[in-house]
Design a protein around this ligand. Sequence first.
Ligand code: SF4
Length: 205
Amino acid sequence: MNEYNREQSEAIQMVHNHIKGLLLRERTRLKARIARYLRFRKAADEFLGRYFSEVCTYTCYQSQMSACCTREGITTFFADVVINVLMSSDKEIDGLLQVLSLPNPGTKCVYLGKKGCLWSIKPVVCEMFLCEHARKTVFGNDHSVFEEWEKLKLREKRYTWPDRPVLFDELEAYFIKMGYSSSLMYFHNSPGLLRVKALAGKKSK
Ligand code: SF4
């Protein structure tokens, strides 16, 4: 197993085991904590379905021009893992662990299955990625669509940009408090994100 797969696998198992051991009321509390974020993700999905599904279907699946999901080692935040585990069945988690245990030839993302991404709630970096071709095709035709996208990007920052208390930082902090550690905890380890927190006058936890 390569380093990337090992880190991913460890984080998924750690979160899955912890969540499985929680009392129902604590699991419900965690789900309530991510409810607003899930509403944002639904809005992003609807936007992408409305404006990008045609260009992406042609670009990715018919002409195979696109680089979507063909990168090995996509960035996943620890909170992405937590949110996905909370919203996945045991079978779906087993599916992720299974692909991570196989050798990856490195030509595409390890999580890309025959029917698309294997995550229930895919990493936010993937959700908010638009290739240049898709951007030009859709935004070039209608500036109001671009403005709608910019609003979604601002909403994303409310969960992921730690110049204020944000969900992605809080979910890491919750697991750290429980005694866990993972190399995916970028909000507590990445110099760039720590700088954003420090500049915003916050102490890293
Ligand atoms: S959307 Fe899924 S398959 Fe595509 S790069 Fe992201 S994690 Fe991988």
